[in-house]
Design a protein around this ligand. Sequence first.
Ligand SMILES: [Zn+2]
Length: 182
Amino acid sequence: MAILKVARLGHPVLRQVAQPIPVDQIRSPNVQRLIDDMIETMREYDGAGLAAPQVHALLQIAVIEVAANPRYPDAPEVPLTVLVNPVVTPLTDEVEEGWEGCLSVPDMRGRVPRRTAVRLEGYDRDGRRVDLVAKEFFARVIQHETDHLNGIVYLDRMRDLSSLSHLAEWQRYALGVREQAD
Ligand SMILES: [Zn+2]
C-alpha cells in the first residue's frame, strides 16, 4: 500500500468528470490496489472521505470512513465504505447547512447546504450491487465525495463564501476551542 499525493484546488484533475469502471474490472488488481491506497491516504490525512480524482485518477471510486476523527470532533462515526460508480438520488427536499472541509482545500472550512437523505446506488469493492439510504452526516459525506466525481468541490455548493474560514480561526470562533494559555 502507498500514501498517494493529493491534488489541491487549482489542479485541473479536480474539475474533470471521472469515468465509470466496468463492473467486471472492479476486482482487478489495479482497481483493488487503488482502493487500498485511497483508504491508506484518507486515514493518513484524517479525511472523512476521498475521491479518486483527488489522487489524480479519473475513475468513479470514493472511500468514506469516520472513526473518532480529530478534524470532525462532533461527527457521528461512519464505517469504512467504498463506493464504485455511485449514483446519488435525493430522497427529500430538506436541506441542512453543515461544516465541511476537503483534503484538496487544505486548512479551510465552510458551511455547505446538503440534502439530509439520499439514496445511494452503485457497487462495493467486490463488485456487489449497493442500494442504501443514507441520512444526515453520512448523506453529507456521500454528496461531497460524489460531487468530486463530477468535478465539483464543496466551495461550489456554498450559498455564499461568508462562512469560509481558516482552520485555526474556525476552531476558535466556530468550535469555541480556546488556545491554551500555558
Ligand atoms: Zn473533498
